[in-house]
Ligand binder design. Structure first.
Ligand code: PHB
Length: 388
């Protein structure tokens, strides 16, 4: 098989890359090791920056998003028995959207297939080859047959545990890492969220976040140990802990818990994000702790930069955008890393003592929720820094 661009995995990054390339008249084939049903069902973080929603709408994949996404004007930060609003709409005239990553994936798969796009689901043993030469290849097995895609470029959109990054020769990449000494116990429940907006809670027993997926579906998180066993928590214990950490700022309605799991918290960046004709995008190149809600947004930014660079290559023979891919992406990635780290350190409990750092954190939250300048800074980072 041949395509101009071979793409590894059908997550938001790989699918959006394929969609943007298609709109630019560039062919691509996606290889995905999971089933279509798995890709469309896995609940992931769901917060979308303003420009990402606009890009989905502008490129014709935003119809359901326009109907179903929950539009948010800001967030609340709760501490000391009070929920303080940060109103993005008033401060910077922007919104954010709650629309689960799996919905983005579902919409993009439908659109790629309707446009005649090729996606190989349930691929086995995917590997990438010859990307330091002019004719890279993706090999895999599909329904018992060995397959090979010959392409000009490979989009490595295969996440943190993917095969693309480790295929790059040793010594080429530099990794930067921060592992946090806690995780998030996350649940999906059939219950109304306590507020129209998300509530980030700083509490002496640890951080909690009250998010949502629909008017009657909540997505709720509790700071826990990084190796916490979710099954050790009974539903009643989870609700009691959520209620305690919400600190009485809103009444909390309980409901059936549909799913629970633990997310580890980590910041990681590799540099550069390209080697030869292999370009890494999204979690394959960088991951962030979820506190800043940046994961899917950084992935979408990477593939927009990459699709434009490939378009410049094919349409006007310009190579500078492709050579500059890594540098362009990394300047945004590091700002996303900084913001995610900052939100994480500010809102989590690092010690059980009321020590110097805890006092400093409380002062920081008080400042961030009280000063126009500080609120504006949080708002512009959270709703998404400008793309151009
Ligand atoms: C979510 O709704 O899953 C969510 C929202 C905001 C975050 C993290 C997760 O910061």
């Amino acid at each position: 098989m041949r395509a101009q661009v071979g793409i590894v995995r059908a997550g938001p990054a790989g699918l959006m890359l394929s969609h943007l390339l298609h709109l630019a008249g560039i062919s691509s084939i996606i290889v995905e090791d999971r089933s279509r049903a798995y890709c469309e069902a896995r609940v992931r973080a769901g917060l979308m920056e303003h420009w990402v929603a606009q890009m989905l709408i502008a490129t014709g994949v935003g119809e359901r998003l326009k109907r179903e996404a929950m539009v948010h004007d800001g967030i609340h930060i709760a501490f000391g028995g009070e929920a303080r609003p940060i109103d993005f709409n008033r401060l910077i005239g922007k919104h954010v959207y709650i629309y689960d990553q799996k919905e983005v994936v579902t919409d993009l798969i439908a659109r790629r297939l309707a446009d005649g796009g090729e996606i190989f689901f349930d691929a086995e043993g995917t590997s990438v080859h010859d990307f330091d030469g002019a004719s890279p290849k993706i090999r895999f097995r599909h329904q018992g047959h060995a397959q090979e895609i010959e392409c000009d470029f490979i989009g490595g959109c295969d996440g943190f545990h993917g095969i693309c990054r480790p295929s790059i020769p040793a010594g080429v990449l530099n990794g930067y890492d921060r592992i946090y000494p806690f995780g998030w116990l996350g649940i999906l429940s059939e219950s109304p969220p306590p507020d129209k907006e998300l509530i980030y809670c700083f509490h002496e027993r640890g951080f909690a976040l009250f998010s949502m997926r629909a008017p009657m579906v909540s997505r709720l998180y509790l700071q826990c140990a990084p190796d916490e066993d979710a099954e050790k928590w009974s539903d009643a214990q989870i609700w009691d802990e959520l209620e305690t950490r919400l600190g009485g700022v809103r009444p909390l309605k309980r409901g059936t818990i549909l799913q629970k799991g633990v997310t580890p918290m980590r910041s990681h960046v590799i540099e550069p994000m390209q080697h030869g004709r292999l370009f890494l995008a999204g979690d394959a190149a960088h991951i962030v702790p979820p506190t800043g809600a940046k994961g899917m947004n950084l992935a979408m930014a990477d593939v927009r930069v990459l699709s434009r660079a490939l378009e410049a290559h094919y349409k006007s023979g310009r190579e500078d955008f492709l050579t500059g891919y890594s540098g362009t992406c990394l300047s945004r990635v590091w700002k996303g890393q900084r913001f995610s780290w900052w939100m994480t350190q500010m809102l989590h409990r690092h010690s059980s003592e009321m020590d110097f750092d805890t006092k400093r954190q409380i002062a920081e939250i008080d400042y961030v929720t009280g000063s126009e300048a500080a609120m504006t800074s949080l708002a512009e980072n959270y709703a998404g820094l400008p793309m151009d």
